[in-house]
Design a protein around this ligand. Structure first.
Ligand code: SF4
Ligand code: SF4
Length: 956
């Protein structure tokens, strides 16, 4: 989206090619002509970027001595514009000829040869220029160093579209220019090879380039072909909660995606990150599960079947257990598959239904649990929780929201009566100040972070608060590198100062909140000097943040798992809610609360009731009225009257023999849950485990039955993003082998245990969902359209939905925001002499969760192939470690070895390990202490020791 000038109310009237045209004051001639249906050719201009007017292709005759560039020249009253005189056409033809004079030939142009998208060659056709007859001088070179993008400097016309795409749209600031005269060319950083530069492979520059200078490389061996030969399927990115709209161009002959492109939608404006643009080939991996599998008798007792994260064989036939350490990270199919035999779908489903029913009959509802998936669609999440609840009469159903924003949701429900965001991330454009806290957003929500960076360019003050100096710190006006686990003290210090300076909104506090006095009493004990002692942020900086926030007309807070994944996660979020509420910053444009959701459908899965304490739409599971309502809606009479167990509680229960049968749909707790040693014992202790997934995950190694599922790319369904935007995802590819659609498999199991379901399609499931989820009222497959709709939405036929919520009242019983004070508490496991470092865990830009998809994506694996521990340069030097050295990281729970990445983004005494890598599983180190309210684990803080690693011999 172009960065536009502020709205002007006036209009101007002019003549374009003899027709009178009225345009908004400040619009350019190009905009006015386009609105009037007049086509003016352009090259350097793209409406998504600020115009620069350098190529002169769009010149028009305004009656002045020189032609005017229509992309920059503003309309004036009475102006007489001619857009296509013979002189203008001649000028454009000459310009085209000159630009083509040093271009590679048509047959050598990769963009023309592949997608057929070369805009310069299209102009050559339009003006009858035959470039192949022209003499050429080449020599500016190529750059093939990026795994995903090819650079041909000879095809570059220096239009700067890529520069503006990289700087102004994505905010990555990688591309500039180098050289003089004919040697001038685009440059990455300090003229580095693209693959060695700070480029994050978002591909925005490729999408912007009008010639063949920047082109996508084929992913694996799948050729890029002209889009006219391919099927275009509009859908949504399968990775993060931003939910970027995209189009896959599909080669039907090979049942394969050729390339992906961003598509206009209010929350992404055609942008993508590296995962969305290049990370889709996992679905075509030869490692896809294609047949139902049943564990062989000889492969009991159960356990991990291939070399596990500590290098120990713990399961399988006894003679195969031996010490080994293998390179690489994915489950070893050659070791695991022999422990299973192929089965028919009927045999596998009969076994699943029989064993779960038997366990339920003996152990009762408490013996059964289900983990659903935030990667699945709303329809699948809805059916899965309905199956567990109506089929096994238990609320023991949960998913990865427990590991993500459970504490944020707990605080939001308590505070404002709703767990969803109060405004969209795009609303940051209306904020005077935005706090981004506990969020590595350039890696975890890259396209949302581009909105933050763009807002700052337009004047929003960005305050970034995080123990790691993520790239957002480079784009912040104020950066606070607080000590891990000190958020409550820091935000209490800010509120102390806001109250002392009387920057609170008294009217808002009086009419929209309760509990202010208790809050004020608590934060009185956190003067900035005390907050400094605890958080490490200088008192003066705390005072400055307080003043900037308190004096702003509109302020919004975005937070990530650096806030939620603590034993004090709910307290952390309570502070953010209070900070917004005491300054009147909820319910107006540019203000509010936005926990950035992790998975593509974690918002939707939670809305669907895939959580143990809530039925769909957050109806309380332990409320008798709610129970009666759902019993009537679902035609049953024995729903569980109490809350179920959470993810971590289910693991604990399995260890003690409580939960004995589990249905695991698309979750991989072996790698994603804290303290893996405990998780693996729990999985091995289960009497029966059915895993439904697209790959053989670490968790599937413990399964009794494995069901081959469909990937995201193979099904229709809806997905709800972090903004509350419900979007339609469409089938792109056929499923491989016997892999089946998840909702159909869930229905087959439901029917085998006697539930008598008869859903014919996801659309039918959606209609039932809407009937029991008032928040989704009025939405239907027919009105979601190409860009989806925000909920709540009173009129989806005509409106996009509600951006800003809680303008008049909150969803609490009394309509007020309940302010809940929080006292700072230290983390549960502090550094000691033996374990002197604080370990923080999280994600990398290129990888997703347990890596089962991204590590099977050629491009993503090529860019980020290995596990790393990020260490401050001074700490690394003190430990005698350099970039690329092997380090051993040890906590009280285990030890892993991985490569050192010396990083100035860490603070001294802290280290960071991404949790995607089985061969160096960060969660072998983490503790399983949980927040008492949200029951979320402490992924962001435990004590570790770092020392030089030991390289062990690899067994043959
Ligand atoms: S791929 Fe993205 S980050 Fe890299 S140069 Fe292009 S626009 Fe910039
Ligand atoms: S920002 Fe998120 S939704 Fe958008 S392309 Fe990247 S991973 Fe996909």
């Amino acid at each position: 989206m172009a960065i536009t000038a502020p709205d002007r109310t006036g209009t101007v009237t002019l003549t374009i090619d003899g027709h009178e045209v009225t345009a908004a004051e400040g619009s350019t001639i190009f905009q006015a002509a386009k609105a009037a249906g007049v086509d003016i050719p352009v090259l350097c201009h793209d409406e998504r970027y600020d115009p620069v007017g350098v190529c002169r292709m769009c010149v028009v005759d305004v009656g002045a001595p020189a032609f005017a560039a229509s992309c920059v020249r503003a309309c004036e009253n009475g102006m007489d514009v001619k857009t296509a005189t013979p002189e203008l056409e001649r000028s454009r033809a000459v310009l085209t000829e000159m630009l083509l004079s040093d271009q590679p030939g048509r047959e050598h142009d990769p963009k023309q040869a592949t997608t057929g998208d070369n805009e310069l060659l299209a102009l050559a056709d339009r003006f009858g220029v035959t470039p192949d007859a022209l003499p050429r001088a080449f020599g500016r070179g190529t750059d093939l160093s990026s795994p995903v993008i090819a650079v041909d400097h000879d095809a570059c016309i220096l239009c700067d579209r890529c520069v503006r795409a990289c700087d102004d749209i994505q905010g990555n600031d990688v591309i500039g220019r180098s050289g003089k005269g004919y040697a001038t060319r685009i440059a990455f950083d300090l003229n580095d090879p693209m693959g060695n530069s700070s480029c994050v492979s978002c591909g925005e520059c490729v999408a912007a380039c009008p010639t063949g200078a920047l082109t996508n490389k084929p992913i694996r061996t799948i050729p890029i072909r002209p889009r006219t030969e391919l099927d275009a399927v509009d859908t949504v990115c399968p990775y993060c909660g931003v939910g970027c709209a995209l189009t896959y161009y599909v080669d039907r002959e090979h049942n394969a995606i050729s390339f992906a492109e961003g598509r206009e939608q209010p929350g992404s404006h055609g942008r993508l990150c590296v995962k969305g643009r290049y990370g889709w080939d996992y679905a075509a991996s030869p490692q896809r599960l294609t047949t139902p599998l049943i564990r062989r008798e000889a492969s009991y007792p159960k356990g991990a079947l291939s070399a596990d994260v500590s290098g120990e064989m713990t399961g399988g036939a006894p003679q195969e257990r031996r010490r080994r350490r293998k390179p690489g990270g994915l489950v070893d199919y050659a070791e695991v598959l022999p422990h299973f035999r192929e089965a028919t779908w009927d045999e596998a489903l009969d076994l699943v239904a029989r064993r779960l029913t038997e366990i339920h009959a003996v152990g009762g509802p408490a013996a059964i649990a289900g983990f659903g998936s935030a990667k699945c669609s709303n329809e699948e999440a809805y059916l899965f929780q309905k199956l567990i609840r109506t089929g096994f009469h238990t609320n023991n159903v949960d998913h990865c929201t427990r590991l993500c924003h459970a504490s944020s949701v707990a605080a939001l429900f308590e505070g404002i009566g709703s767990g969803a965001v109060s405004t969209t991330y795009g609303d940051v454009i209306n904020a005077d100040v935005a706090i981004v806290t506990g969020s590595n957003s350039t890696a975890n929500h890259p396209v949302a972070s581009s909105f933050f960076k763009q807002a700052r360019r337009l004047g929003t003050t960005i305050i970034y608060v995080d123990p790691r100096a993520d790239k957002m710190a480079d784009h912040a006006d104020i950066y606070c590198q607080l000590k891990p686990g000190t958020d409550v003290a820091f935000y209490n210090g800010i509120m102390h100062e806001i109250i002392r300076l009387d920057l609170v909104d008294h009217d808002y506090i009086a009419t929209r909140t309760s509990g202010y006095e208790a809050l004020a009493r608590t934060v009185r004990n956190y003067p900035p000097e005390r907050a400094e002692q605890i958080s490490g942020i200088p008192a003066d900086v705390i005072r400055r943040v307080a003043r900037v926030w308190g004096e702003a007309g509109a302020g919004v807070i975005f937070w990530g798992m650096g806030i939620s994944q603590h034993t004090t996660g709910t307290d952390n979020a309570r502070c953010l809610i209070a900070l917004c509420a005491i300054t009147g910053n909820i319910g107006r444009p540019g203000s509010g609360l936005h926990p950035l959701r992790g998975q593509n459908n974690v918002q939707g899965a939670s809305d669907m009731g895939l959580i143990p304490m809530f039925y769909p739409d957050y109806a309380k599971a332990d409320d008798p009225g709610v129970k009666a309502r759902f019993e009537q809606a679902w035609g049953t009479s024995d729903l569980d009257p109490k809350r179920g167990l959470t993810v971590t509680e289910i693991i604990g229960s399995a260890l003690k023999g409580g939960v004995r049968g589990m249905y695991m749909l698309g979750e991989n707790p072996f790698l994603s849950d804290p303290n893996i040693n405990k998780v693996r014992k729990a999985l091995a202790a289960l009497e029966f485990l059915v895993v439904q997934d697209i790959f053989l995950t670490e968790t599937a190694e413990f399964a009794d039955v494995i069901l081959p599922a469909s990937s995201y790319l193979e099904k229709d369904g809806t997905y709800t993003n972090t903004d509350r935007r419900v979007q339609l995802g469409h089938k792109v590819l056929d499923s491989p082998g016997q892999a089946r659609l998840d909702w159909q498999v869930v229905q087959d199991i439901a029917n085998r245990i006697g539930l008598g379901w008869d859903y014919g399609s996801p659309r039918e499931v959606f209609d039932e969902m809407v009937s029991v989820i008032p928040s989704y009222a009025n939405l239907s497959y027919d009105n979601l359209g190409k860009t989806g709709k925000l909920y709540p939405n009173p009129d989806p036929e005509h409106g996009d939905g509600t951006v800003v919520m809680f303008g008049d009242r909150f969803n609490t019983n009394d309509g007020l925001a309940h302010l809940v004070p929080a006292e700072w508490l230290p983390a549960k496991e502090l550094p000691s002499e033996e374990y002197p470092f604080v370990l923080n865990t999280g994600r990398m830009l290129e990888h997703w969760h347990t890596g089962s998809m991204t590590r099977r994506s050629y491009a993503l694996d090529a860019i980020a192939p290995k596990a790393l521990v990020f260490v401050h340069p001074d700490d690394a030097a003190a430990l005698g470690l350099a970039d690329g050295d092997l380090a051993r990281v040890t906590s009280r729970r285990g030890s892993i070895e991985l490569e050192v990445k010396v990083s100035h983004r860490e603070a001294r005494g802290n280290c960071f390990i991404p949790f995607h890598f089985r061969e160096a599983a960060a969660n072998l180190l983490t503790i399983d202490e949980i927040d008492p309210f949200g029951k979320i684990p402490e992924f962001k803080f435990c004590a570790v020791r770092i020392e030089p690693g030991r390289i062990e011999p690899v067994d043959a």
